[in-house]
Each structure stands twice: as structure tokens, then as C-alpha cells.
Design a protein around this ligand. Sequence first.
Ligand code: NDP
Length: 311
Amino acid sequence: MEHIKLLILGSGPAGYTAAIYAGRSGLTPVIYEGLQPGGQLTTTTEVENFPGFAEGIDANELMDSMRQQALRFGADIREAMAVRTDLSAAPYHIWFDDASEVTCDSLIIATGASAKYLGLADEEKYRGQGVSACATCDGFFYRKKRVAVVGGGDTACEEASYLAGLAEKVYLIVRKPYLRASQIMQERVLNNPKIEVLFEHNTLGLYGNDGVEGAHLVFRKGEADERCFDLPIDGFFLAIGHKPNSGIFLPWVKTDETGYIITEGASPRTGIPGVYYAAGDVADPHYRQAVVAAASGAKAAIEAEKYLATL
Ligand code: NDP
């Protein structure tokens, strides 16, 4: 079986940055990109807040540039997705979806987070036929159509604003009587004439013969003035948060109740002698920013380098 000195799982800003740092240290890291090469950022369009790009940069271009930088320093980038781990003792053992398996001395977990769904059977039924968790990936298909976005956070407001540039009408379905998003994002949504915010609404299901044709909604669920009705729409976008991709590392890592890996303070150390590190959104319930993920990837690589030097 192949043995690797430093293995990095995940190819978002955390994974690629870890690979850049480790590569420059001469460690020749092996990085498995997982299901979504480039990570979550590749599902957005323009990145305006990554330092160094005064005019902003296309998200895919940014991620491709990080990938090229990792390659330049000798990273061995592979396509498979890790499906099982045994981290009980070094060398750590990882199995992949292409039936390959490796062991490694040090592991950096940078598997990120994935979009959450409401858990309705209809979301499965219509997935790819009107249901999406990525407006920037699928918005194009809804030009001049009617769509709904679920959620009241920054992501939902961002997706609704983006879709308003394409669709004829955007409904924002918010379960509370207020938005949780930052002030600037709220204003953007509330001042957009194409967006209608449906406060205190929940989705019960979807309907349609050939893809989504509408949503069954309920206003003030469980209250005296509860009212159910159908909203005709062509697209249904989820923007209700994310869940960390930490499942395959259980029970070896400590997580909080949502599944975010708990590290030692602001470091990427998991506290396990031996050593594996968690970087990026898989361990970050708070900031979830590309630049923060990149920074933690750098820290993880520096920690791994120090550890490997002791072997
Ligand atoms: P948040 O957790 O902030 O918001 C999730 C939203 O979805 C909330 O309005 C929540 O409602 C709602 N929700 C959750 N579960 C359900 C459900 N089952 N049914 C209906 N509604 C539901 O997630 P975001 O992805 O929006 O943001 C995560 C973090 O990333 C935040 O810190 C945010 O600021 C940041 N971010 C920053 C951006 C930027 O700066 N440009 C862009 C995008 C995200 P409720 O309020 O009732 O809990």
C-alpha cells in the first residue's frame, strides 16, 4: 500500500494553501480534491473581499490560481474522495471512493462544509429539476423565470440578489419575522424591486409534473392565523446554512454538536498526538471566509512540518 508523508484532504482555500506551504517546505504533499475541486468558493461568482485583488476576482479563477501555485511547489493533486479513515494511531489509514487506500504520517483535514437541505422528500425528488443549493451554479437556467430562495442569512440574501439579476421574480422565504443577514445585505434585498420577502413562511413541499412548478407554503405555522397556499415557481434554492464534512473522521476527532471539528484554541491542532490537523470550514462555525480558511491551511502546514521534522 502507498505510504504518504503528508496527506491533505480537500481542495478549498484551506487545502490548497496547506499544499502551497507544505510544498515550499519540500514535503511534496499529496492532496485529494474530493467531490468539489476548488471547494465551496467555486459555487460563487465574484470574490470581492480576498485581499490582493483590488477589483475583485472570479472565484473559479482564484481557486485555479491557488491550484496552480500548489502544483508549482510540487503538490501531487489527485481526484478521488476519501470515504473512510482509521486515525486510531499513526500511520493513519485512508480509503478512497476509487477503491484505493493509503497510509500517511500526517494528515490535514480540509474537507470543508456542504449546503444543508430542509429534509423534504420533494427536495430529493426534484433535485436537478428545479431544486438547487447554488444560485450561481444554476441561476442561469432561470432567466426570466420565477424562483424562491429559502433562508434569511447572508447567503440567502446574496443568492436572492444574484438571482434577481436573472429571474423575473424572486421570493425570499424566511421562517422568522426578520432577516439574520448583515445590514448591507438586508438593504440590498429589501430595496430590490424584483425580490419579495415572505417573512414567517415555511415550505411544506414542492409540486410539478415535469420539474418544479410551485411550492406548498404555510404562513405562521401553528398560529391562530395559519394559512396554507401554493406559490407558483420554477426554481427552489436552499440557502439555510452548511454542515461540516467531518463524518468520516468520527470517532477519531472531537466535534461540537453540529459536527464542526474542535481544535485547540485558534490553532488547527486536534490535540491528538501523532498528528492530524483540521483547517478551514470543517472546523470553523463562525467565520467561514476564504481568507480565514487559507490562513488555517497555512497554520496546519506549519504544524505538520514541525511534527514531521521530529520523526
Ligand atoms: P446562517 O446560519 O447565517 O443563516 C441561515 C439562515 O437559514 C437563517 O436565516 C436561518 O433561520 C435559516 N434556516 C436554517 N434552517 C432553516 C430551516 N430548516 N428552515 C427555514 N430556514 C432555515 O447561514 P449563512 O449560510 O447565511 O451564513 C453563514 C455564515 O457565513 C455567516 O456568518 C455569514 O455572515 C457568512 N457569510 C458571509 C457572506 C459575506 O460576507 N459576503 C456571504 C455568505 C455568508 P433562523 O434565522 O430562523 O435561524
